[in-house]
Design a binder for this molecule. Structure first.
Ligand code: GLC
Ligand code: CA
Length: 531
């Protein structure tokens, strides 16, 4: 029986699709994806079966970090389109009952933002206090040992005023001072500005960084147990991120979004937080984020015991009725078809079953539905400053931001054939919407069927999750009253006991419809859903 899910918000029953706008579809032939390009592809997305799209930053930017260094929060970046294009996209999405989320970047602005330009004019400038300034130590060194993500000290000296300003990321991204009430008020205004244009919520960038230690205490050295990012930094980011004052800001935003009917979604990123309990705190007591992105999950190896544990821990840490969100790829991490599957189609499909078969909101990154892999980007074609500045130690993030492969011909159907796209695309014969659409057994069709199944079965849409006993490398779980998912995550054949019902979806499609009565045989890297 189908549960009444009409009382739940759309993102509790639906699927979110992340679009890196510069790489989705170029409507005007300048080699850069844009907003009219997204609008042009809404039918494709509707047919795929997604309910909402999250757009990477679309506001005006100096593009040192492709949109994450904003110069104007109230305008669209000209490379991506106009405000009219944006309004049209929202309206066209609405017509298809689809929701638009935008990326919201509150931790820092571009140093070219007029606020920062004003702040540079002197210690008493009107906007000086919008940012975090501090005097040098007695010997002239920076106020603390904090390191920036992107390399070097997190402090940049401004000699005319004799003070340092803080930047947790590139030196082109000055951190805002969230202890200043005027900053809080300004950002309430920004939120309302976009909500009034009809968007359905925000993806909030690095929310766990908003507040920093007021005394700028030095961070301790990184140790063995620390995550990769901290080890790269050489220090544990204790004092420049994850301060408790952040929760007050999240509660404030929740009041802003809850005032809208229906209330808008707050989907937040707590970067560098690998600890699941710590991540779950950003949900507050149902009064902060509604979905908190799960870094531990994204960066886990594709191993049954590891993932099973992450999922169980996550489910236990988040207090119902709040629930988790699952993404396998994003613009900061290698795509799961590469990282989890090394391009192996069997594993890609198992990964898709994981993403769409768990309890929680799935986020697909553009191209996930095709099993799109990372694309090699040579150093001289790199566009991400992180790669450009730190290559070869850090290869940057371009490989997982490459153009969506629509067609199997020059330009990839992403841009015009005679135009050089801003980043290279992969092998179109192996992977493109056109090639996939021509085969009934392609990954695209598999994803569509999987999404359709998730939508049609209440067990899969909203049912609880329960791990079931199995061999360690086989992951078996139940959703709701009776739907079971079994994935053999190994190179060996396996048998799963106590399985009953019909295979409604399988990575080996010929098996669909098969009745299982007790013993389920699974080939290496085979997954099924039994209803
Ligand atoms: C987030 C974004 C990343 C960006 C950083 C700074 O982690 O996802 O792409 O570089 O914040 O804004
Ligand atoms: Ca364009």
């Amino acid at each position: 029986m189908k549960k009444d899910t009409t009382a739940l918000p759309w993102w509790r029953t639906g699927i979110i699709y992340q679009i890196y706008v510069r790489s989705f579809y170029d409507s005007n032939g300048d080699g850069i994806g844009d907003l009219p390009g997204v609008t042009a592809k809404l039918d494709y997305l509707q047919e795929l079966g997604v309910d909402g799209i999250w757009l990477s930053p679309v506001t005006k930017s100096a593009n040192a970090d492709w949109g994450y260094d904003v110069t104007d929060y109230y305008n669209i970046d000209p490379a991506l389109g106009t405000m009219e294009d944006f309004d049209k996209l929202v309206a066209e999405a609405k017509r298809r009952k689809m929701h638009v989320l935008i990326d919201f970047v509150p931790n820092h602005t571009s140093v070219k933002h007029p606020w920062f330009q004003n702040a540079l004019t002197g210690r008493h400038a009107q906007y000086r206090n919008f940012y975090i300034w501090a005097n040098p130590k007695k010997d002239g060194r920076p106020p603390s040992n904090w390191r920036a993500y992107g390399g070097g000290s997190a402090w940049e000296y401004h000699s005319p005023s004799g003070q340092y300003f803080l930047h947790n990321f590139f030196k082109e991204q000055a951190d805002l001072n969230w202890r200043n009430p005027a900053v809080r008020e300004e950002f309430d205004k920004i939120m309302r500005f976009w909500l009034d244009r009809g968007i359905s919520g925000f993806r909030l960038d690095v929310v766990n960084m908003l507040i920093k230690d007021a005394q700028f205490h030095d961070n301790p050295k990184a140790g063995k147990g620390d995550g990769l990012e901290n080890r790269i930094l050489g220090q544990r980011a204790v004092y420049n991120i994850n301060q408790s004052g952040v929760h007050e800001i999240l509660k404030r935003w929740r009041k802003v979004t809850d005032a809208y009917k229906p209330s808008a979604l707050l989907l937040g990123e707590s970067t560098l937080v690998y600890d699941i309990k710590e991540m779950a705190q950003f949900y507050g007591v149902h009064d902060e984020l509604e979905l908190a992105l799960n870094l531990r999950f994204v960066q886990s190896p594709f191993k049954a015991p590891v993932l099973r544990e992450v999922i169980e821990e996550t489910n236990a840490a988040i207090m119902a009725p709040d629930w988790p969100v699952w993404a396998g790829s994003n613009h900061d991490n290698s795509r799961f078809p590469t990282r989890w599957a090394a391009g192996d189609e069997r594993k890609v499909r198992c990964g898709l079953i994981v993403l769409l078969g768990l309890r929680g909101t799935p986020i697909l990154y553009y191209g996930d539905e095709l099993g799109m892999t990372d694309v090699f980007v040579a150093p001289w074609r790199m566009k991400d400053q992180r790669g450009k500045r730190n290559w070869p130690v850090d290869g940057g993030r371009d490989q997982y931001r490459t153009p969506m492969p629509w067609r199997n011909h020059k330009g990839a159907g992403f841009t015009r054939p005679e135009v050089r796209p801003w980043l290279p695309y992969g092998d179109l014969k192996i992977r493109s919407v056109e090639v996939e659409a021509a085969t009934a057994d392609g990954t695209l069709q598999f994803t569509k069927d999987l999404i359709a199944l998730r939508r049609s079965e209440a067990d899969l849409t909203t049912g609880d999750y329960k791990s079931l006993p199995s061999a360690p490398s086989v992951w078996v779980w139940q959703r709701g009253k009776g739907t079971r998912v079994a994935i053999n995550m190994s190179e060996y054949h396996h048998e799963v006991k106590h399985m009953h019902g019909r295979i409604t979806l399988g990575t080996v499609r010929q098996r669909e419809g098969e009745h299982i009565d007790g013993l389920l045989h699974l080939d290496p890297w085979e997954g099924v859903i039994i209803s």
